[in-house]
Write a protein that binds this ligand. Structure first.
Ligand SMILES: Cc1cc2nc3c(=O)[nH]c(=O)nc-3n(C[C@H](O)[C@H](O)[C@H](O)COP(=O)(O)OP(=O)(O)OC[C@H]3O[C@@H](n4cnc5c(N)ncnc54)[C@H](O)[C@@H]3O)c2cc1C
Length: 412
């Protein structure tokens, strides 16, 4: 079943994401103005580029810029440096019925000590989630607890040294500790999707964990990146495996974050580009994957991780079509903290399950995450980014609404 955009928008029950009053209701005028200045800066390609380079340089030579970063871009996209720092954000989101996925966003760990530290930190997020309805999922990246080079070597089919064999055994143990803890704390755990040259190893680990922990319900979720040409088929294969082995498939759908890297590597190494030929093909497969998940809802629990308005609408329409209640715990909408509030807050207001990734970690370590958010929100071809446009719209709406109130008071 494929629905056209026109059909969806003319559905009287369709949800609307135009309501910026709801989207930014959690921000005071002063906070919204601060957000405006953050997005105004990153919207500007030159300022964003120069700013990024300056910040990298300043942090490298230890200039005192931490305070400035924390008050601006860090505050917009990150919950804090520790789980405790994230509490006000968690509670604020909860007030608007939005749940939290605590995401320890430290990247580029390369040592065993670092992998163990990331494992312990993720276990701490599960401990925080225990007994609370505010945290439906924990999340981790396999490259946060394993050497990416080792994963690449395994996927390429190279023989491992004894030391590498035991390093990989430790990776498997960490993955299992995390999934076991999710099961023990009655939480669910998402395994993020990564680059295609290590994804098969991640898929194997995820599949083994799903087989072990997803017997009655989905506890472990793997990620399916629909920008890959082969991913819809992979999703279907994963479903068949789950059906054969009698477990629930936990599926987080995303479009995929590593497009340029994937294409560059394919060209450099001379193998076919694994990415869809264009955005439309990615969009179509994403929406087809949503249909596939809803069609097989008895065995698939879904997290739709997307800021795409149409895909979010489409999922609400599919839920109506398949008679799935908005609060059905096997379907979640998910966005990143500090982005697409018009989607998250309007969905949550309409009663759908929404959970936002709330990244946290030491400031220096989350900078790569912040640079990516800045790049994503820079204007393209002179057009303001969507977030910036929405913030401007809401500021204007508030100005007009205040002017109206004042007029009504003076001209009763
Ligand atoms: C909650 C959440 C969790 C996420 N987890 C992961 C994860 O585990 N792994 C991961 O890789 N990413 C993850 N992402 C990021 C995600 O993959 C996308 O990069 C991002 O969300 C943008 O896609 P979109 O659906 O929001 O919207 P859109 O803005 O509609 O789509 C942009 C995406 O479309 C695709 N695209 C753009 N141009 C082209 C083109 N020319 N040809 C083909 N495809 C194109 C790319 O994937 C691009 O990122 C996550 C995102 C969210 C919100």
């Amino acid at each position: 079943m494929e629905l056209s955009q026109h059909n969806i928008l003319s559905d009287p029950q369709a949800i609307t994401f135009d309501d910026t009053a709801t989207a930014f209701s959690y921000k005071s005028d002063q906070e919204l103005r601060k957000t405006y200045w953050v997005f105004a800066a990153i919207n500007h390609p030159a300022i964003s580029r120069i700013g990024t380079n300056l910040v990298k340089f300043a942090l490298n030579i230890k200039l005192p810029v931490r305070h400035l970063i924390k008050k601006t871009i860090f505050r917009q996209f990150v919950g804090g440096e520790t789980i405790a720092d994230c509490e006000p954000t968690i509670q604020l989101l909860a007030r608007y019925h939005i749940k939290t996925i605590l995401d320890y966003s430290v990247e580029g760990e390369k040592t065993e000590k670092g992998f163990e530290q990331t494992t312990l930190e993720t276990l701490a997020t599960l401990e925080r989630a225990k007994g609370s309805e505010l945290f439906p999922f924990a999340v981790f990246k396999v490259t946060g607890i394993a050497d990416a080079k080792l994963l690449e070597k395994i996927q390429a089919g190279h023989t491992l040294t004894t030391e590498e064999e035991s390093a990989f055994q430790r990776v498997k143990d960490r993955v299992e500790r995390l999934c076991q803890a999710a099961s023990d704390t009655d939480t669910r755990i998402l395994i993020d999707g990564e680059e295609s040259w290590i994804q098969e190893v991640i898929d194997d680990l995820a599949e083994a964990m799903m087989e072990k922990f997803n017997k009655g319900k989905a506890v472990v979720y793997n990620t399916y990146q629909m920008y890959r040409k082969d991913m819809l088929a992979n999703l279907k294969k994963a479903f068949q495996h789950a059906a054969m082995k009698q477990y629930q498939l936990g599926a987080k759908l995303v479009r995929g974050a590593y497009m340029e890297k994937e294409r560059e590597r394919a060209q450099e190494k001379g193998y076919p580009d694994p990415i869809q030929p264009n955005k439309k093909a990615t969009d179509e497969d994403y929406n087809r994957a949503l249909v596939f998940c809803l069609n097989n809802k008895q065995r698939i629990a879904l997290v739709s991780g997307s800021h795409n308005e149409y895909s979010n609408y489409y999922l609400t329409v599919l839920m109506q079509k398949y008679n799935v209640a908005p609060q059905d715990p096997s379907i979640y909408f998910s966005q990143l903290y500090g982005m697409s509030d018009h989607i998250s807050f309007n969905l949550a207001k309409a009663g759908y399950n929404v959970a936002k990734y709330v990244p946290y970690g030491p400031l220096e370590a989350v900078m790569p995450y912040l640079f990516r958010r800045a790049e994503e929100n820079t204007s393209v071809a002179g057009q303001s980014s969507r977030e910036f446009t929405l913030i401007k719209k809401e500021l204007k709406r508030r100005r007009h609404s205040k002017a109206d109130t004042l007029r009504n008071k003076t001209n009763p």
